[in-house]
Design a binder for this molecule. Structure first.
Ligand code: PLP
Length: 397
C-alpha cells in the first residue's frame, strides 16, 4: 500500500465539499436535489467587475506578479480597511492569496509550532481544525450552543488559556451559525487577551458584508491587541467571486512578511487577472454588494419564519453569513421508516437520500447536535427545501 505521510493521514476531507459532491452525484442520476450544502452565493459576479476584467485581459497583466499582490491592489485593500473599518495598515502589511482559505492557512502555518495550542470556539468553519493539524498544533475547543446564540463568554476564553496557547481563531459573522460579535462583546474578550500577550488572534471577517445585525466590528480596532491580530477577508462572499480564488490578510509587518515568504514557496501569487478584478471590486460602487445583502436578508427572514416553530428544531436568528444551524438533537434515537437516526450525520445523510435536500452535519463544525444548511439560493428553492425537510421530519418517530 502507498505510504502517505502521517500529516496527510491525519487530515479529514472537507465535509462541505464532500456533501456537495454527494448531492451532485445524486443529481447526475436524475434526482431533483436541492443543494444547500455549499457556502456559495448564487449570484454571478457584479457586471462592472467582469467588465474591468475584460479590459485587463487586453493589458499586460499576464506575467508573474509580486507574491503578495500588485502594489495598487494592496493599497486599495489598505484604503478599504481605513475607510470601512477605520484601521491603519500599510500596503506591506497586506498579503493577497488564493482565497481566504489560503490566507488562513498562511497565518496558521506562520505562527503555530508543533504542540502549541490553538483556541477555537465551536461551532467553527470546518477547515480551521484541519489547518491546525497541518501545522501540527493542538486545537482546544470552546463550546457554545444555540442557547448562548453560539457566542463564547470571556470566562470561557480565560478558562481555555494555558501556557501553550498560541493562537485564537474565530469568524464573525460566523460560518456556520450566523452569529455576529458586537463591539462591546469583542471589548470583553480583548480584556482577556490583554492579560495574555503571547496569544495571536485570527479574525476571519469574510462575511463582513453579509451582516444584518450590528455594524461590523473588527477586533483589530482595539489598539491594545491590534499588532497581534491577523484580519482575514476576501472576495468570495461579499462580491460573489468564489471561483476567482481571491482573499487577503492584514497583519503586523513581521507576520505579513512571514506569510509572503511561505506563499512564495507554495503557490506564489494568485492569478494576475483575478487581481485586476479584485481592484475593481474594491474601488468601485458597492451597490451590487448591498443588493445581495438585502436579498440574503429577505431569504433569511423567509426561512426563519418557516422553521422557527418546526417541532424538534432549535434555531437562532442568524445575523450574518447565509446559513442556518439548527440543533436537531431532538431526533436522535428516533428513526425514519426503520432507518435509525443516532446523530446529525445520520440525519443529514437521510435528508439527502430521502428528502433530496443536501445539508452538512454539525460534527465537522465541532457541534454534533446540529446540521447546517445554506440559504444562498432562490426563494422558490428554499420554500420547496423547507417543505421537504418538514415532510421528512414529520415521519421521524
Ligand atoms: N472563512 C470562512 C468562515 C468561510 O466560510 C470560507 C468559505 O466558505 C472561507 C473562509 C474561505 O473563503 P475563500 O473562498 O476566500 O477561500
Amino acid at each position: 500500500s502507498v505510504q502517505l505521510s502521517e500529516r496527510i493521514n491525519r487530515l479529514e476531507e472537507s465535509a462541505t465539499i464532500l456533501m456537495a459532491k454527494k448531492a451532485r452525484e445524486l443529481a447526475s442520476q436524475g434526482v431533483d436535489v436541492i443543494n444547500l450544502s455549499l457556502g456559495e452565493p448564487d449570484f454571478t459576479t457584479p457586471k462592472h467587475i467582469l467588465e474591468a476584467t475584460k479590459t485587463a485581459l487586453d493589458g499586460a497583466y499576464t506575467f508573474y506578479t509580486p507574491v503578495a499582490g500588485y502594489l495598487d491592489l494592496r493599497q486599495a485593500v489598505a484604503a478599504k480597511l481605513k475607510n470601512e473599518n477605520g484601521l491603519d495598515y500599510a500596503a506591506d502589511q497586506i498579503v493577497v492569496s488564493t482565497g481566504a482559505k489560503q490566507s488562513l492557512t498562511n497565518a496558521v502555518m506562520a505562527l503555530v509550532n508543533p504542540e502549541e495550542e490553538v483556541i477555537i470556539p465551536t461551532p467553527y468553519w470546518v477547515s480551521y481544525s484541519e489547518m491546525v493539524k497541518l501545522a501540527e498544533g493542538e486545537s482546544v475547543f470552546i463550546p457554545s450552543s444555540v442557547e448562548s446564540n453560539f457566542k463564547i463568554t470571556p470566562a470561557q476564553l480565560e478558562a481555555a488559556i494555558t501556557p501553550k496557547s498560541k493562537l485564537f481563531m474565530f469568524s464573525s459573522p460566523c460560518n456556520p451559525t450566523g452569529s455576529v460579535y458586537t463591539k462591546e462583546e469583542l471589548a470583553e474578550l480583548v480584556k482577556v487577551f490583554e492579560k495574555h500577550p503571547q496569544i495571536y488572534i485570527i479574525s476571519d471577517e469574510i462575511y463582513e458584508h453579509i451582516n444584518f445585525g450590528a455594524a461590523h466590528a473588527s477586533i483589530a480596532s482595539f489598539e491594545s491587541v491590534k499588532d497581534r491580530v491577523i484580519i482575514i477577508n476576501g472576495f468570495s462572499k461579499g462580491f460573489a467571486m468564489t471561483g476567482w480564488r481571491l482573499g487577503y490578510l492584514a497583519a503586523s509587518k513581521p507576520i505579513a512578511a512571514a506569510c509572503d515568504k511561505l506563499q512564495s514557496q507554495i503557490t506564489s501569487a494568485t492569478c494576475s487577472i483575478a487581481k485586476r478584478a479584485a481592484l475593481a471590486a474594491l474601488t468601485s460602487d458597492m451597490t451590487p454588494t448591498y443588493e445581495m445583502r438585502e436579498a440574503f436578508r429577505k431569504r433569511r427572514d423567509l426561512v426563519y419564519n418557516l422553521i422557527k416553530d418546526m417541532k424538534g428544531l432549535k434555531v437562532n436568528l442568524p445575523e450574518g453569513a447565509f446559513y442556518f444551524f439548527p440543533d436537531v438533537s431532538y431526533f436522535f434515537g428516533k428513526s425514519y421508516e426503520g432507518k435509525a437516526i443516532n446523530n446529525s450525520s445520520d440525519l443529514s445523510l437521510l435528508l439527502l437520500s430521502e428528502a433530496h435536500v443536501s445539508t452538512v452535519s454539525g460534527d465537522s463544525f465541532g457541534d454534533p447536535n446540529s446540521i447546517r444548511f445554506s440559504y444562498a439560493t432562490s426563494e422558490d428553492k428554499l420554500i420547496e427545501a423547507v417543505r421537504r425537510i418538514s415532510a421528512f421530519l414529520e415521519k421521524v418517530k
